[in-house]
Design a protein around this ligand. Structure first.
Ligand SMILES: [Zn+2]
Length: 334
């Protein structure tokens, strides 16, 4: 990865986690394997990178790294020989060969004479055999080796890997703090900001991208077509817009809308996600019961799973099949 000097000040919600984790290191009450459970878009790379820079810095000043020494400069240029980041792109899979490579690295002396860092940025990308090999490594790693692992799954999984690590949960900031941050990023439409945050699990960075990369517009478009197709009792009208691009995201948006309908159905109005789409939400909550809404979400989830996991599948055909199925569930066709 190219130069990556992103300091904590850019992401204020990371300041406290950073402090807390560094303090644990200062009093030597931490663990060599640190597993962070979080959602995407909170800047967890920045957090790990800054902690690692501190761990490798030769002139630390309290909880800060000096940003000047040779080690800090190597980190800034992305060339530190004792910092090993894996999974730099999202699709990279970690195999047992990678773990062997890691083992070789950690059993050598640190090249800059201090600590060594291994960063695995998504443990879901480990193959089963890689996981087993890593477990062994985590049992008795050499001194001064620090592992940082990230887990983006929000379900509680008590795998053996978790039992070998210290688990740290990094939560999204409070909505009001995120809204302030978005405002400071020059995003001034509060409605856009609140909805984008809620669609993106409270992640400010993802919400910003959502608005700036045109996804807000795409969502708006999708729902315009969606409302029209529902009024005509013809869901096939959304097929072109659904299959065009960002299909998985669009399925997520439809599911979130259905979750809102379930909330209204049960009279919980406080935290609607898509509160700019009341007409659509009410169509579902007024005309269908919980069972039908839940069944709708389930078929969409299944469809999404097939789209993302079956290689070479014909997207358009699958979506067509799904829309027909949904028309049946909703009673548009008998
Ligand atoms: Zn330094």
């Amino acid at each position: 990865m190219a130069s990556k000097t992103i300091y904590m000040k850019h992401y204020p919600w990371l300041k406290n986690p950073y402090k807390r984790i560094i303090k644990q290191h200062q009093i030597k009450k931490t663990h060599h394997a640190f597993l962070i459970k979080t959602v995407r878009g909170l800047g967890v790379f920045t957090l790990v990178w800054n902690i690692s820079t501190w761990l490798l810095c030769n002139e630390i000043n309290g909880i800060e790294s000096c940003k000047k020494c040779h080690s800090c400069q190597l980190m800034s240029s992305g060339n530190h020989p004792d910092w090993h980041q894996y999974m730099k792109n999202r699709n990279e899979i970690i195999t047992i060969d990678h773990i062997r490579e890691i083992n070789e690295k950690i059993f050598k002396y640190p090249q800059q004479g201090k600590n060594k860092i291994i960063f695995l940025s998504n443990i879901q990308k480990l193959t089963e055999s890689a996981k087993n090999a890593l477990l062994k490594t985590l049992e008795e790693p050499p001194k001064n080796t620090w592992f940082f692992l990230i887990d983006y799954r929000n379900i509680i999984i008590n795998s053996t890997l978790h039992s070998r690590c210290l688990i740290y949960r990094l939560f999204p900031p409070q909505e009001k703090n995120s809204l302030n941050w978005l405002k400071n990023q020059n995003l001034l439409n509060k409605t856009f900001n609140v909805i984008s945050l809620r669609i993106n699990q409270g992640s400010p960075i993802s919400a910003k991208k959502f608005i700036n990369n045109g996804l807000w517009e795409e969502r708006k478009n999708l729902f315009v077509f969606f409302l029209r197709s529902i009024k005509n009792y013809n869901l096939l009208k959304i097929l072109p817009i659904l299959s065009m691009n960002n299909t998985l995201l669009k399925i997520d948006w439809i599911c979130l809308l259905l979750f809102d309908a379930i909330q209204i159905y049960f009279n919980i109005k406080k935290q609607l996600i898509n509160f700019d789409q009341l007409e659509l939400i009410q169509f579902f909550s007024h005309n269908y019961n919980y069972f039908t809404l839940n069944q709708s979400i389930q078929t969409w989830t299944k469809c999404r799973y097939r789209l993302s996991n079956i290689p070479g599948i014909n997207n358009e055909l699958l979506l067509l099949e799904q829309l027909l199925k949904w028309e049946k569930i909703l009673g548009f066709i008998v």
